[in-house]
Design a protein around this ligand. Structure first.
Ligand code: SF4
Ligand code: FES
Length: 243
């Protein structure tokens, strides 16, 4: 067993951008930082679910080497850098690519002000995507009585996949295809939400960080201007990963 592995199995501290952060055995860097109130940007991670490590927005350097903070085990003595111009520039580029892969028209989206993609983009000072828009034309799935799915906004974070499997005890969602053809699958005879096992009370129905999977009949219940990120930027939210 390596010295680093032994360190990770004991409580300890590491340094994050000049601040000491305590960790518990088994913590990842992102888990420990979040618990300590230190924000590391992320999209596809949420406490209580297994890590997916697909978005790479949480990429930090640990002792000079790049790694996804949601999967790197915390260990005593690590020197972690997250809030640097280089890493934030990389994050901004990743976010720009996500914006052009889908149709993210914030002014017309019910999730605006409560969207992690939008909030991360504001935090990274993204002014506009510098890539060609792919402008997908996926049909909207409005077949479920209580939840609708717009794959044009799906960033394939996999949170609904894991929430359905790990929290709801169902397997309503999966990600299929490869590369640019990756897409969200629904487990039902028709492939649509309407005859799937999803119910409104499922955690999966409420976990989407963007406006791809949304409960119906909630539009503008919270007015624009009074939403989660309208007043307090993402990086200053006390528990930014919680729904
Ligand atoms: Fe993530 Fe939402 Fe797409 Fe599910 S529907 S993979 S939660 S973006
Ligand atoms: Fe770590 Fe997405 S939050 S890769």
């Amino acid at each position: 067993m390596t010295a680093q592995r032994i360190d990770a199995l004991s409580p300890g501290t590491f340094e994050l951008d000049g601040h000491e952060v305590e960790f518990a055995p088994g913590d990842t860097v992102l888990q420990a930082a979040t618990r300590a109130g230190r924000h590391i940007p992320h999209l596809c991670w949420k406490e209580g679910l297994s890590a997916h490590a697909s978005c790479r927005v949480c990429t930090v350097t640990v002792n000079g080497r790049s790694g996804a903070a949601c999967t790197v085990q915390a260990a005593t003595g690590q020197v972690v850098r997250s809030d640097t111009p280089e890493l934030n520039e990389q994050r901004k580029t990743l976010l720009e690519m996500l914006f052009v892969e889908g149709n993210h028209f914030c002014p017309g989206c019910e999730k605006s002000g409560d969207c992690l993609l939008q909030a991360n983009a504001y935090d990274m000072k993204m002014t506009g995507p510098h890539f060609e828009a792919l402008s997908p034309t996926c049909p909207v799935d409005a077949s479920h009585p209580d939840v609708w799915l717009d794959r044009n906004r799906c960033i394939l974070c996999g949170l609904c996949v894991r929430a359905s499997a790990e929290l709801d005890g169902k397997h309503v969602f999966a990600v299929g295809g490869h590369g640019i053809h990756s897409h969200l699958l629904v487990d039902s005879p028709s492939g649509q939400l309407g005859d799937s096992a999803l119910s409104l009370s499922d955690r999966a129905a409420h976990i989407c960080p963007v406006g791809a999977l949304l409960p119906k009949r909630r539009g503008f219940v919270v007015p624009i201007g009074q939403r989660r990120f309208d007043a307090v930027p993402l990086a200053q939210q006390p528990e930014p990963d919680l729904p």
